[in-house]
Design a protein. Structure first.
Length: 374
């Protein structure tokens, strides 16, 4: 194991460091106290219920994208907190229940707005597509050509804002500065200058790694200006920013062999526990690896998928059966996307709190059978 790392009793296992979650919440409190914004945790990054309970005292609510997410968030809220929904897909048979659970709904299209039938108590908004792209990878670009996300800002007219109280924008992914946000707001204000005075709120979305931004003052100044100029409530909805650094995936080497002159170490986990490794061909950080090490190994998952490979890494000694491999900073979009391909079980989930590990979740065959029972 990596030096000073506690070893979970079972493997594979996700370990959530509660102190990192609470530190992220404290940093968001600094932003909230200095700008007056309201913070929503975007639960699509990791909708684990114990995590929502840890965060609940430090956030103003949750951002959700479906009925199930909304119901999960609602189960931990207090009366002063809010649930904001934005999604390309609102089912007709779920509209009534969503309008009872959600305090705010940002419609993804004008047809979604037209056909929505729900409570008049819900604060209605529009998701705007500012037609500004900041990513070279279209897989992460909400403003890509033929985008399904948001209403084209260049096609909006004043009547489109009848009964609309707010707007939502979300244009970036894993951003470490606010240049794109400032450019986006400049365009939004120019196009919607006549609309802003009638709005009650604006949601600036997520996609910013606030913990990795050295200077938050540009964001603070922007939020203060929006509040003072237009008397708006300003929301932000971080997700990955809060959870990514807090989770690690601890695995065990269960086989080692040579293949075409390279050492292959098979783990008791797979990329199905971290699907974005395969989806986006990412090489996750391995705590035990050393770029200067003299012994390399291909870390492979245990399924029969040929591409179930985490990557090739260097180590200070040859890997052996029983060695532990820890993938760090895997909090976002791992467990929520995980699957049981080939029948391999989900990892157990542990919390790390004040130097103590506690197992919070274990899956067994009954869970697997229930999933596939007719």
């Amino acid at each position: 194991m990596h030096e000073n790392q506690l070893i979970p009793a079972s493997s594979p296992a996700f370990v959530i460091d509660k102190s990192i979650i609470l530190k992220a919440a404290d940093n968001l409190n600094y932003l909230r106290n200095n700008s007056g914004c309201r913070v929503l945790y975007s639960i699509k990054a990791l909708p684990f219920l114990p995590l929502l309970r840890w965060l609940q005292p430090s956030v103003d609510g949750f951002s959700v994208s479906s009925l199930f997410e909304a119901k999960l968030a609602h189960s931990v809220l207090n009366a002063e907190q809010s649930i904001h929904l934005v999604t390309p897909g609102i089912r007709r048979d779920e509209q009534s229940e969503l309008s009872q659970i959600c305090s705010h709904i940002s419609f993804n299209s004008l047809t979604q707005k037209k056909h929505f039938i729900g409570s008049s108590v819900v604060s209605k908004g529009l998701r705007i597509n500012p037609k500004l792209s900041f990513s070279n990878d279209v897989r992460f670009d909400p403003c890509r050509l033929y985008s399904k996300l948001g209403v084209d800002i260049t096609a909006l007219i004043k009547n489109d804002f009848n009964e609309i109280e707010g707007i939502q924008i979300h244009t970036v992914f894993s951003q470490r500065d606010f240049i794109s946000l400032l450019k986006t707001l400049d365009k939004v204000e120019r196009y919607l200058a006549d609309i802003f005075p009638q709005l009650k709120w604006i949601n600036l979305g997520g996609g910013y790694l606030l913990q990795e931004v050295a200077d938050l003052s540009p964001l603070i100044e922007l939020i203060v200006r929006l509040k003072q100029t237009y008397q708006l409530e300003v929301y932000i909805e971080p997700g990955k920013d809060i959870v990514n650094n807090a989770l690690s995936l601890v695995t065990t080497v269960i086989d080692c062999f040579e293949s075409d002159g390279k050492r292959v170490a098979v783990l008791d986990s797979s990329i199905n526990h971290n699907p974005e490794v395969f989806e986006f061909q990412r090489a996750p950080t391995v705590l035990q690896a050393d770029n200067e090490g003299e012994h390399s190994a291909i870390l492979a998952g245990s399924t029969c998928l040929a591409g179930d490979i985490f990557g090739e890494y260097k180590f200070n000694k040859p890997l052996q059966i029983g060695d532990k491999i820890t993938f760090a900073q895997v909090g976002a979009y791992t467990l929520v996307k995980a699957n049981r391909f080939n029948g391999y079980n989900f990892p157990d989930i542990y919390s790390l709190d004040k130097g103590e590990l506690e197992r919070l979740k274990h899956y067994d065959y009954d869970n697997y059978r229930q999933q596939w029972d007719g």
